[in-house]
Design a binder for this molecule. Structure first.
Ligand SMILES: [Zn+2]
Length: 124
C-alpha cells in the first residue's frame, strides 16, 4: 500500500508540473528513493506505468536512483553509511546501530525520503 501512495503522489506532482509548464510531453522523470524507506522500486514503477496511459507522461522515461542510508552517532561522532547485515534468509538489512561504538541511539542523516529530483518536459 505504501508504494501505491508514493506512486500516486509522484504522478500528481509530475502532472501538476507538466500542466503548469504547458508541456506537450513529459520526456523523463528522475526519482530518488532512500534505502531506508524500504520501498520497492519495481512496484512503484509498475504502478506509475499503469496509471499514466493516455496522459502527457505516457512515454516518459522513469529513472530511479537508490540513495544509501546514512547515520550520525552522537556518542563517538561517527558519520557515514549505515552498515548492513545478512539475515538467515539472505536478505541484507540495515543495522540501526553505530558501526564504531555499537551505540543504538543514532541519528539517520540520509536515505529516509523519496523525492522527485527532476522532471524534463517537452513544450512544443
Ligand atoms: Zn558511535
Amino acid at each position: 500500500m505504501h508504494e501505491t501512495a508514493i506512486a500516486q503522489s509522484i504522478i500528481d506532482t509530475v502532472m501538476t508540473h507538466a500542466d503548469k509548464a504547458g508541456a506537450k510531453h513529459v520526456d523523463k522523470v528522475e526519482i530518488e528513493i532512500g534505502e531506508l524507506t524500504f520501498l520497492g522500486i519495481d512496484q512503484i514503477r509498475f504502478w506509475i506505468e499503469n496509471q499514466i496511459a493516455g496522459t502527457v507522461a505516457e512515454k516518459a522515461e522513469w529513472i530511479f536512483h537508490s540513495v544509501p542510508g546514512g547515520i550520525r552517532c552522537p556518542a563517538c561522532q561517527y558519520e557515514g553509511d549505515i552498515k548492513t547485515a545478512e539475515t538467515e534468509d539472505h536478505f541484507r538489512l540495515p543495522v540501526f546501530a553505530c558501526p564504531e561504538c555499537g551505540q543504538a541511539n543514532i541519528e539517520i542523516t540520509q536515505g529516509r525520503d523519496a523525492w522527485i529530483k527532476a522532471i524534463h518536459v517537452e513544450i512544443d
